[in-house]
Design a binder for this molecule. Sequence first.
Ligand code: PEP
Ligand code: MG
Length: 570
Amino acid sequence: MTNIHGIAASSGIAIAKAYQLVTPDLTYTAETVDNPESEIKRLEDALEISKQELEKIKAHTLKELGEEHAEIFSAHLLVLGDPELINPIKDKIKNEKLSAEAALDEVAKMFIEMFESMDNEYMRERAADIRDVTKRVLAHLLGVSFPNPALIDEEAIVIAGDLTPSDTAQLNRQFVKGFATDIGGRTSHSAIMARSLEIPAVVGTKEVTKTISQGDIVIIDGIDGNVIVNPTEEQIKEYEAKSESFKKQQALWAELKDEPTFTSDGEQVELVANIGTPEDVTGVINNGGEGVGLYRTEFLYMGKSDLPSEDEQYEAYKSVLEQMGDKPVVVRTLDVGGDKELPYLDLPKELNPFLGYRAIRFCLENEHVFRPQLRALLRASVYGNLKIMFPMIATLEEFRKAKAILLEEKDNLKNEGHDVSDNIEVGIMVEIPSTAVIAKQFAKEVDFFSIGTNDLIQYTMAADRMNEQVSYLYQPYHPAILNLINNVIEAAHSEGKWTGMCGEMAGDPIAIPILLGLGLDEFSMSATSILPARTQLKGISRKEMASYKDKLLTMSTAEEVVAFIKEKTE
Ligand code: PEP
Ligand code: MG
């Protein structure tokens, strides 16, 4: 039995066998062979298994994420069956007596180089397809398994170095009971996805991939951030009991599902959810969400080989708006970059991607990407209560430019005969300190603010949100952060506007009383945090919390803030 401690990223308890999601070692020794016929047979077998796998992955992706996402695997299947690729490999085995591994590798490299050097984006994407497919076939030739999250077909705990957002999107919700990773923090996107999928997760353990082997029995304790490897009988019983009591607690929370949110002194606050896909709306409704405070649209752009079309986006936005009825839905425009890469955009590698060419910076320079998204949103606006929000705004000029493009597209659509709502609020994420500092100037021009503390904290403290080495600096309760938040809320209120928060801090039980006291209007969090937050808010008074405001804002350390809040709320 081994105990590993990490960061509790998504609550709940899960017990199952480990599934290692690690790219296998694909090195081989190049040798010549005596029997080319049997080598060709080995190649054909590896191609056949790869084909079966890809068909399974494609079917799963089609079911879970829709046709556009499944397209990438159709492209892989085409590569796998393409005689122009396969015949030269067979010829090499026959004529040069190369092993199947070496022949495959040499021919694939030749095609990859050829496609990569072409001046055509479509062709360059084919190079990526060949690279992916070759790795899978090579793995089968070498007798090592090539893991794929969509292929998991028995109950499992996924163990990985990190999970990219698109890996996480492919996890089979039916069988993946939980996951643990080496890197990442509570606000890394794998953690955020785990909460929307409602599966227990522990991240930032530094060592799960080293310590855990395929098939080990693993307990994930997403409540306290522990991973127990090969537990004793006694531990299994202990965690089964913990899981039962967590479920009982959830049943108690569920009693408040259809209630509005009131504090003990009768103040109403709005509890809404963060989502990544239209499928997440079910979780929002089941968890009593009063709206969507952040729809991260970038997931529509991931796991694909090309940009989503205007119509495809329109269908996704319309579906979310229709499902939410008259409840507010805040949709954020594309926030690509940072840890959210889109390989088909072929963006240059950057030294500091979180400080680089991303989100609104990218969209304003790439109107062929930005405009279709705005058009899709505007067309969908008639199906519900839409609010549009721009990410990573650092200057007023950026906001003005983005809004001008939005208004231009609104006119265009009207001229084309489309219906567009005239009641769409347009706001910004406040996640860059410059914007928080001059929130007063922004408040005159925007309809609302939504504070993105995940980034605001990393930029204010200069501490990468993904890096567990500096996670001690990732301090939501630091007085510097509280002062910035207070500045934003006061600025909004002085102009009669509202402020929400969609960073993970909004669902944090220690932060909630503080934010209530600072006057936050809307709290947007993972759907599973809504009912615990509603329960907590019933027991605290806004008036009392507001009376601590000046004291909290002038404290010197996060530690002091936490000690004070704990004392006042216990
Ligand atoms: C944030 O930065 O707080 C936020 C909500 O956006 P994301 O986590 O997608 O960067
Ligand atoms: Mg952000």
